[in-house]
Design a protein around this ligand. Structure first.
Ligand code: FES
Length: 114
């Protein structure tokens, strides 16, 4: 193990560098998507990159009020990981879907309950 470099160190990084040198996103194989799809949010068409969440599509549509609480208070995504249910919307007629956990599909119809 004596000659092994720390995992974050590359041949081009100075030995003992204090920060990892990961390189650019392109160096890591991340490529911008060229696939887009269109769905509707409250009746308005929204085009999003393939793989986007419904929550992201709603935000891109400019909608900030996803639903109202039982007391009538405005609600919107909070956790972004399926725990809080604050992002609940109706998708293709199915109520109470957590929009942060659903991937957009072409032609999907999303309605916020606000
Ligand atoms: S934002 Fe919390 S469940 Fe979707």
């Amino acid at each position: 193990m004596g000659n092994r470099r720390p995992r974050h160190e590359t041949a081009s990084s100075p030995k003992g560098a204090s920060r990892p040198t990961w390189g650019s996103a392109a160096d890591q194989g991340v490529r911008p998507t060229t696939d887009f799809l269109t769905l509707s949010v409250n009746g308005a068409p929204v085009t999003v990159p393939a793989g986007a969440s419904v929550s992201a599509a709603i935000a891109l549509a400019g909608v900030t009020l996803y639903r109202r609480s039982v007391n009538g208070e405005p609600r919107a995504p909070l956790c972004g990981m399926g725990i809080c249910f604050e992002c609940s919307v109706t998708i293709d007629g199915r109520a109470h879907c957590r929009s942060c956990q659903v991937v957009c599909q072409p032609g999907m119809e999303v309605r916020t309950d606000a």
